[in-house]
Design a protein around this ligand. Structure first.
Ligand code: FE
Ligand code: FE
Length: 188
């Protein structure tokens, strides 16, 4: 069994079925887009497979991990701890699996709320998470087509959609996402 197949087994055990299927969808999309945009396919597949590694943790385990790894908790994340599943997941992937490539870890770390200055791989995972084949919402088809054309154009729409969605639900926005949006608008 290849290392990747072993990691798939680990994720299958770790995640509930629907999230595991979502994860396979993200892998499929990330590899496809990596080919189109000349991004390292191996890193794309790896980051996609592991992006929700921190997602199955309960509140208590999240708090323990946050303490252990000194993850800063802002006002928004304090209210919805699951926002930090990327930060926690990145730390755990390195510690549990020995996969510590900084770009792969950052793609995991920032897949939920993004950040200014995302690498190509970080953008790829953020977008693939939003448009994997299992996603179904108004505009997702158009966003898939846009992602084939340009990761930056797709990122702009994906961030805008995500902000609209969060605001419509009456939730607070993570500062990274607001800052990322402003940076995209101001600096293109
Ligand atoms: Fe996630
Ligand atoms: Fe996800």
């Amino acid at each position: 069994m290849s290392d990747f197949e072993k990691l798939k087994k680990i994720m299958k055990k770790r995640l509930k079925k629907s999230r595991y299927l979502h994860t396979l969808g993200v892998v499929e999309m990330a590899v496809k887009l990596a080919k189109v945009h000349h991004i390292d396919e191996k890193n794309a597949a790896l980051a996609a497979l592991l992006h929700d590694y921190g997602k199955n943790l309960g509140k208590n385990d999240m708090l323990l991990a946050i303490k252990k790894y000194n993850i800063p908790v802002d006002e928004v994340s304090a209210k919805s701890m699951s926002l930090l599943h990327g930060e926690v997941g990145a730390e755990l992937v390195c510690e549990d699996l020995g996969i510590c490539d900084p770009d792969v870890l950052n793609a995991i770390r920032y897949h939920t709320y993004g950040r200014v200055g995302m690498s190509a791989l970080e953008k790829l995972i953020y977008i693939s998470d939003a448009i994997e084949p299992g996603r179904d919402y108004p505009g997702v088809k158009e966003l898939r087509a846009l992602a084939n054309e340009s990761l930056d154009k797709a990122l702009k729409v994906a961030v805008s959609d995500s902000i609209s969605f969060v605001v419509a639900k009456g939730h607070s926005l993570h500062l990274n996402t607001i800052t990322l949006w402003n940076d995209i608008v101001i600096n293109g």
